[in-house]
Design a protein around this ligand. Structure first.
Ligand code: TEU
Ligand code: CA
Length: 559
């Protein structure tokens, strides 16, 4: 397997709006990020993924771009951005930018041109269809509720939008559009960045289309489902790679909901020259019921183990995994997969141990390293995310759901769980801003904050430092082969990683109960040394190694 910096690194994801505000307007910004680079250096991460900072009317917090080559006023200037990049490179960190090229904002000049007339040279940059008898071309839905089609008065046709109606989808079949995108990509690469995270990239190819009408109650009505992983998507990504990406030493990670390991190989196999790695969504779907995201069902560790094993073995020597349990679109991992009350510390460390000991590149989402949790705002007025607000609106006003049930689902699943301001210290607004934050701070900041974490040697933050350090010291953590120990049944999750004569043994107890650890006979714990455990005093306590404590996580090494 080829060695690469992006396999050996750890990525830290920044959601700029909520990271650090430098000028008191309540909105995080680039200078705020610059001021916190020493914090990230201390943590030990090497790659920063910056969510969109381009010009945007912010219908979807920057994922609706109106100018790809300029910075959003609220976040600062191009000069600030250049300083950020310089400073990061100076500190030995790399920067990857978010690349949102499935759609633009409806304020992008291409779209303004496109909608102006059927004869516009830009008409074909987007996807326009005639309605049938004053109705949308079909009954498919956008990701955030409502039709996937929006009627436009000027020309009497509908345009496609898989996300909000202010995010019209681009038409990748048009070679001129593709050329413009590749030029823009080159423009950023020439500024010296180290790669991209490609938003919803497996949806960019829209054909061949059928526009089949679906039963009103069908879960399949989200338009995105009909545009995923079309044959031409691989052609487009390969073309972008050949024409631009391959000339630079960069990493690319594609956001690809719905993909299987077989798709994953097509996107990430080195010889295919498409992407470095992808985000697959199977773990994010573990608690999704038959009616979709807001239909919440309990997740099971058996399913999690099966999915992880499938992906670990599926891409081994064939592609490359990205490892994550949360991001700006998902609830906080400790609230979702751990225990955010009694065992918050232990379970946050356990989940971190999982992500940092699998094969693939680990991603840390801002605040995860200090164990930030979901928030439960009382009023819908406190929420900002368009998906959450639309769900509330459609749920109550169109579907007649009970507002109490809607709020309960929002508390569990809203994207705003991950978007409350970063909790830096216990001062007002958690030290995020001196003004009024654009979204309320999670009230638990007085207890959960970076300042406390840095000072406590047994903190989650300091445990992350150890995990990241271990990755740097031991190639087996990066390149070792994964093997599930099937004999250890849930709630235990036990596996090994092997590379030449190094072997790691990872044992995780996903429960609040003590559990016996019974290993297969060919694994003799005596010959392994315990290199990390989330119960710091484990070794001194002289407790039986065969007893796993609540949410205990251990890493052993055999050399
Ligand atoms: O997300 C696309 C996507 O498929 C999902 O993550 C989706 O947003 C989520 O399931 C909804 O709960 C990307 C971005 O990460 C997201 O923030 C944007 O809103 C979206 O694209 C549109 O650009
Ligand atoms: Ca600001």
């Amino acid at each position: 397997m080829e060695r690469k910096w992006w396999k050996e690194g750890v990525v830290y994801q920044i959601y700029p709006r909520s990271f650090m505000d430098s000028n008191g307007d309540g909105i995080g910004d680039l200078r705020g990020i610059i001021s916190k680079l020493p914090y990230l250096k201390e943590l030990g991460v090497d790659i920063i993924w910056l969510c969109p900072v381009y010009k945007s009317p912010n219908d979807d917090n920057g994922y609706d771009i109106s100018d790809y080559k300029d910075i959003m006023d609220e976040f600062g200037t191009m000069k600030d951005w250049e300083e950020l990049l310089d400073e990061m490179h100076h500190l030995g960190m790399k920067l990857i930018m978010d690349l949102v090229i499935n759609h633009t904002s409806d304020e992008h000049p291409w779209f303004l041109e496109s909608r102006s007339s059927k004869d516009s040279a830009y008409r074909d940059y987007y996807i326009w269809r005639k309605g049938s008898k004053d109705k949308e071309p079909n009954n498919w839905l956008g990701c955030f509720g409502g039709s996937a089609w929006e009627y436009d008065n000027a020309t009497g046709e509908y345009y496609l939008h898989l996300f909000t109606k202010r995010q019209p989808d681009l038409n990748w079949d048009n070679p001129k559009l593709r050329g413009e995108i590749y030029d823009m990509v080159r423009w950023w690469l020439d500024k010296g960045i180290d790669g991209f995270r490609l938003d919803a990239i497996n949806c960019i190819s829209k054909g061949p289309e059928t526009l089949e009408e679906l039963p009103q109650d069908s879960i399949e009505r989200w338009g995105g489902l009909h545009f995923m992983d079309k044959p031409l998507v691989h052609h487009f990504l390969h073309e972008m790679n050949e024409r631009v990406l391959s000339e630079y030493d960069i990493m690319t990670v594609g956001e690809t909901p719905g993909v299987t390991p077989e798709d994953g190989i097509l996107y990430t196999a080195e010889e295919r020259k498409e992407l470095s790695m992808i985000f697959q969504f199977e773990l994010m779907d573990l608690d999704v019921g038959p009616k979709g995201k807001w239909d919440i069902v309990p997740w099971s560790l058996d399913d999690m183990k099966a999915s992880i094993t499938k992906w670990q073995l599926g891409l081994q020597e064939k592609g490359w995994n990205s490892l994550y349990l949360n991001n700006h679109d998902q609830p906080r991992m400790v609230s979702r997969f751990g225990n955010d009350t009694t065992y918050r510390k232990e379970s946050a460390k356990l989940l971190a141990t999982l992500i940092h000991t699998l094969q693939g590149t680990p991603y840390v989402y801002q605040g995860e390293e200090i164990g930030m949790t979901n928030v439960a705002f009382e009023s819908i007025e406190q929420y900002r995310d368009i998906e959450t607000l639309n769900y509330y609106h459609y749920g109550i006003h169109e579907k007649g759901l009970d507002p109490k049930d809607v709020m309960r689902a929002i508390h569990i699943k809203s994207r705003d769980n991950a978007r409350t301001p970063m909790q830096w210290d216990c001062s007002r607004n958690a030290g995020f801003t001196s003004g009024t934050p654009w979204m309320d701070v999670n009230p638990n900041y007085t207890e959960i904050n970076a300042k406390n974490e840095i000072h406590d040697p047994d903190s989650i933050f300091n445990y992350y430092k150890k995990l990241i350090g271990m990755r740097k010291a031991l190639p087996v953590v990066v390149y070792g082969k994964f093997e599930l120990i099937e004999q250890c049944k849930s709630p235990l999750f036990v596996y090994t990683r092997s590379l030449e004569n190094q072997k790691l043994l990872v044992a995780l107890n996903f429960s609040e109960d003590k559990r016996q650890l019974k290993l297969p006979e060919d694994i003799l714990l005596e010959s392994y040394s315990l290199i990390l455990c989330n119960y710091a005093n484990r070794l001194e306590r002289n407790e039986s190694a065969n007893l796993m404590l609540p949410y205990e996580a251990r890493i052993y090494l055999l050399e």
